[in-house]
Design a binder for this molecule. Sequence first.
Ligand code: G1P
Length: 293
Amino acid sequence: MPQKVRKAVFPVGGLGTRFLPATKAMPKEMLPVVDKPLIQYAVDEAREAGIEEFIFVTGRGKVTIEDHFDRSYELESVLEERNKEVALNTLADSMPPTGTVAYIRQREPLGLGHAVWCAKRYVGDEPFAVILADDLILSKTPCLGQMINTRDEMGGGNVLAAMEVPHEHTSRYGIIKPGFDDEKKVEIKHLIEKPDPKDAPSNLAVIGRYVLEPQVFDLLENQARGAGNEIQLTDALSNLLKTSPFYGLRFEGTRYDCGDKIGFLQANIAFALERSDMGQEIANHIKTLAKDL
Ligand code: G1P
C-alpha cells in the first residue's frame, strides 16, 4: 500500500469575481448550496475520504471561513436552552476535531500554484490532496475517495479528477494530453493550462480535485508565471509528470461549477432534489414552473 493521504489543502483565497455582487463582502466558499456552505461540502468530502488534517490557504476578507469551523458558544448556549438537539448536532458534526485545522494567509493573489505552495511546511514530505471548493460534485462515493482508491490501486503517484468538457470550453480548464486510457483511468502525458480550443490536445479537463506527491512543492518554488500571469499549479504538474506517475480519473458523479451563477443554481436544484426533507416539494415546484416554458 502507498503512503496514506492524510492532509488536504483548501485554497480559499480567490476573489470570486464571477459571482459579484454576492461575493463582494462574502467569500465565495461560504455561498450555501441548500443549507451548507461550499467549503463545508469540501471538508465533509475530505473527511469521508479519510483526511485527518485540513489546511486552508486564505486571504483578506476570508475570516468567516475560520469562524465557520470554530465553536460558537453564544449560539450553542441559546440552542441548548431551547433544546434544539438536531441543530446542535449539525453544528458539532460540521467541525473537524480541534487541532486538525490550520490557516495560512496567502498575502498576494499570485495564483493557484502559489496558494498550494504556501502549504508546503504544513504538508511536509507526504502525499496530500487539494480540493477547490467551487467545484462541487454530487456522487455516491465522494470524488476524493474515488481518487485515493485509484491511487492505492496504482501503488501511488498523482491522481487528478478528470472530465470531458465541450471543446469550445478548453480555455477554462487545465487540459490533459491523454496516453493509455481504459475509459475510467487515463495516463496523463502532458497538461496545459487553459489552452485555446485550437491548441487543446483533447477535451479532457482537470476538475478541482488533486492527489499529489510532495515533490510538487519544489517545482512550485521556482515556477514561472503562466496563464493569466499567475503561478499555475498545472504548469508545475506538467513538470512533475516527467518524473512521477500521473493519472486522470473520470470520476463517478456530476460536477457543478459553483463559481459560476448558472452552475451554482443548478447545484442548488440537484442537491435539493436529493434531500428527503424537501426533494418532493422542490420537484413539484419545478414541474409547475416548467409547464409554462
Ligand atoms: C483551476 C485550475 C484549472 C482547473 C480548474 C478546475 O482553474 O487552474 O487547471 O481545470 O481550476 O475547476 P480556475 O477555475 O481556478 O481558474
